[in-house]
Structures are given as C-alpha cells and as structure tokens.
Design a protein. Structure first.
Lengths: 187, 187
DNA sequence: ATAATCTTTTGAGGAAAGTCAAATAATCAG
DNA sequence: CTGATTATTTGACTTTCCTCAAAAGATTAT
C-alpha cells in the first residue's frame, strides 16, 4: 500500500473512509513491455493508476498508429472515451516498459459514488484534468509547427522524450518519423 | 421557463427538487451578433445553455483566430478550461447571431452540488460529453485530410455549415480560407 | 559474439496546403 | 439605393512536410 500513498495526495478533499473504501476495490497488475492494458474493440472497464513504469494510448488507422497520450508513474489513466460512454474503445493502451498499475472497475467506481460523494468529486477532478490536458493538446497541435510542437514537448514533458521511441513521439506529435528525426538533428 | 424545458430532457436522472433549485440560480441573457459571452484574460464564471441562436468558441493567436467549437440551441457551453481550473481563459466565446442564453454562476453550481448530488452527477455528464466531443475532434483532425474534415463536418453538423462563415469554418477545420473555398468549389 | 531484426538517420523528389495578390460577390450603413 | 466595407473565390507561386529508398546504428535472440 505504501506505493499507492501518493495516489490520494493529489486530492486533498478526500476523506479517510472514502480512501479506504476505494483501496479495497483496487487490484494491481504487472504488465510487460508492449503488453496491452486496453484493446480497441472492447469496452474499457478500468480506471488505472500507474505505480511504476509508463504507458502509451494510441489509435490504429490502417497500418500506422496515432499516439494520443503518454502516462508516467503517479498518473491516472484510462481509455476515457469508452470508459465514459460504455461503447467499444477505438483506443489501445500499452505498457512502454515493465509497468505496475493499480486499477478499479467501472462498476465498482459507480457503486462507490453512491456512498462516497467525495469520491465522485475526485473522479470529476480526474475527468477535468483529462479534459484540460486534451484541450491543451488540441490547441497546441493547431497553433504550432512540427518543430515547435517538439520543442514544447521537450519543455513540458522531457521525461517522455527520454522514454518513448522516436517513432512513438512522431505519431504523438503528428509528423513523420523522418521529419522528427530531422528536427532532432538540428537542435 | 417553457424555453428551458429541454435543458433537463437530456438528463433523465435528475430529480424535481434539483431542477427547481437549479432553475432558481439561472439568469438569462440576450446577446447581439458578435457580442462576447466570455473573453480571454478573464476567469470564466458561467456555464451557459443556449436557448436560441448559436455561438463560437475561439482562441486568438497573433492576428488570426482558431475556432475550437460551435454551439447551437439546446447545448451547454462554457470556456471549460478556465471554468474548471479557475485560471484566466485563453478562450473567447461570441454569439454568431442574436442569441438567448441561460447561465449559472460557477459558485452557485458548487453550492448546489453540496445539496444535490444528482446535479453534480449531471454536471459530470456534461463534462463527459465535452470530453468525448473534444477527443473526437482531436482524432478526426489527426486522421483526416483537409477535404475529409470538411466532408465530415457536412455529415455531422450540417447546420454549422449553414450558419458559420467560410472564414470561421476554415479556422475550425484548421485550414486556410482559400483551401476551404477550393474544396467547396469541387464538391 | 554474430546474425537477424528493428529503429533512426539521411537524401531526393513530390504532394498538400499555405501565402500573397487580385478579382468577384455579398453585406451593411447612411 | 448606392457606395463602402467585408467575405469569398481564383490564380500563381512557395513552403512544409510527406513518401520512398537506402544507409547507419541499436537491440535481441541464439
């Protein structure tokens, strides 16, 4: 449990009772590099929290894939669209290295909301963060050139540049591998 | 009040009490074409519901602007990023024609949440919808060519094509006015 | 260690969409 | 209604980034 402690640090409003009830519903999971936490075509039933390691969310289109987000230790993660809508996901989530996650089932979460309104609030806050980061990503992708998108990523999330491959970063920044490689060469 | 009735139709789980309490906190507003509901630099304090008319959310970058979304009658609307984070907004929201909105203050909403948990849930659902549509927009902007983005908009939201200008649609679809004009010419 | 595989870099050429400029069409104010 | 302003279309040219191809560099399995 020591590992999970920081999970709630981000949500000071949460009462002891709710934390305990929440933790009771968690189970934990170890995934190897390249292993899938979520797969397109299936409804996403879990909200994850990364204890150790990192993950990548991506869509597949024909042969190429499009990275939507990278997640590191201490972050919550799910295929939000499917988790929300209860429809099959278009999203895949894979571990970028050996990764340990805690996770809670959608159903369990809804049940907890009935008893613990502060948990529903916390979930709302997670959702809000998700929203904010998505919006930032959208704006940023529209305003900036390929080169600036890369420089921004270096500023904001340098760890990702260390931990993801050029190919993965390229699909995240919406440019070809070759373009990214050339940009990196000229810094 | 007759006008507002459909506001809750979208949220069947909501109890009578909560509806009444919510409506008590609403005030309504009439904005002329081009009038601003929200302005960059200010914290967004309101959640809006469009009773009649339409609105456009956009960011400004140097001289050009970037349209993030269009909203029509029956839809909720706010500068979500600022509304959530309580930081100054980068977003502007303008009426695209003479527009009637109902709105509730952020503070009022939070107070209502204390008493009416079903309202907090409804708000969560609004947030979820916001999220889903944003994600769809992000994916769609990455997967598709300029031409396909336009064809998609025609399919999904034909009313927008009728009501927004070529310039506004172009900034929404992230292409130049000229490119959009050429695409329209070739259909 | 060595071959086999996968990833990244580099080069050449091409496609998509952008910019600038001018012409045409639509809208608005008096 | 008419001139003035604003929006849209069209054309010529440029830029950005993509694709294809091949070489160089890492990584992995045997």
């Amino acid at each position: 449990m020591k590992n999970n402690i920081n999970m709630f640090d981000q949500f000071p409003g949460l009462g002891e009772e709710a934390k305990i009830a929440f933790e009771k519903e968690l189970d934990s999971l170890l995934v190897d590099k390249g292993g899938l936490l979520e797969q397109e075509g299936k409804v996403c039933d879990h909200l994850y929290f990364i204890i150790e390691g990192s993950a990548r969310s991506f869509y597949r289109k024909e042969n190429k894939d499009i990275t939507v987000s990278f997640s590191l230790e201490g972050e919550f993660l799910t295929a939000m669209h499917s988790f929300i809508s209860r429809k099959p996901s278009y999203e895949n989530i894979e571990a970028m290295e050996k990764t340990k996650v805690a996770r809670i089932k959608y159903e369990s979460l809804l049940k907890l909301f009935e008893k613990h309104h502060d948990l529903e609030r916390t979930y709302r806050l997670i959702l809000e963060r998700y929203y904010v980061s998505l919006e930032e990503q959208l704006i940023f992708s529209k305003f900036k050139s390929a080169r600036d998108r890369y420089l921004d990523l270096m500023d904001y999330r340098p760890k990702i540049i260390q931990r993801a491959s050029v190919g993965q970063i390229a699909t995240y920044l919406d440019m070809s591998i070759e373009t990214l490689s050339r940009i990196r060469g000229k810094i």
